[in-house]
Design a protein around this ligand. Structure first.
Ligand SMILES: [Zn+2]
Ligand SMILES: [Zn+2]
Length: 194
């Protein structure tokens, strides 16, 4: 072929076997279709995209733990109280959202403008886990009381299996709704911030 040597072939910087002419519009490196990331300002390589993300998300590793723990504690303690006091459903519904909102507000302020890429999910997961622990704790306490009373009378009580726990939780569906509301409010507040 006459012009085979005329056109210089260029290859992806990451995949030397893939021919490409596409360049990152920031650092200029060659990249194949798999390596290119479409951004609002054009195609960029993964390295440059990651660099921007790291500058934008400046949360410290400890922030994730603190946010998760505060949300877990707030939701867990509230759920425990709600489970013991037996607040009517209407009040549960009225309480859940502001409680979640206030908890999220508190942690958002404590972060002092630091952002984390998955901090919204971390906060929501913390609240959900804390809430479940708060809902399960009274069940454990109750079971232990029944079991020790039964043992005193010489009666065997079936073990507290996962099945029994799940059934007890489902019977207590108003508490589950409360946990869901608190979690949703926390997640919503964090999404709003982004
Ligand atoms: Zn680049
Ligand atoms: Zn590539």
């Amino acid at each position: 072929m006459a012009d085979a040597g005329m056109v210089e072939r260029t290859y992806c910087a990451v995949h030397p076997d893939r021919e490409t002419e596409l360049r990152c519009n920031k650092c200029g490196r060659l990249m194949c279709a798999d390596c290119a990331v479409s951004t609002p300002v054009g195609y960029r390589c993964r390295e440059c995209v990651r660099g921007i993300r790291q500058k934008f998300y400046n949360a410290e590793p400890g922030d994730y733990l603190r946010v998760a723990l505060v949300c877990a504690a707030a939701c867990g303690i509230a759920t425990g109280i709600v489970g013991i006091v037996r607040i009517p459903l209407l009040f549960l519904l009225l309480l859940g959202l502001p409680l979640g909102g206030a908890t999220a507000e508190l942690t958002v302020r404590a972060l002092n403008k630091r952002r984390g890429e998955h901090i919204d999910r971390t906060a929501a997961a913390g609240a959900a886990v804390g809430g479940l622990i708060g809902a399960l704790a009274p069940i454990f306490v109750q079971y232990n009381q029944i079991a020790s009373q039964a043992a005193a009378r010489g009666v065997a009580v079936p073990p507290l299996t996962l099945d029994v726990l799940v059934q007890a939780l489902l019977r207590d569906w108003t508490t589950l709704i409360f946990i869901a509301l608190v979690t949703a409010a926390i997640y919503g507040r964090y999404r709003m911030r982004a």
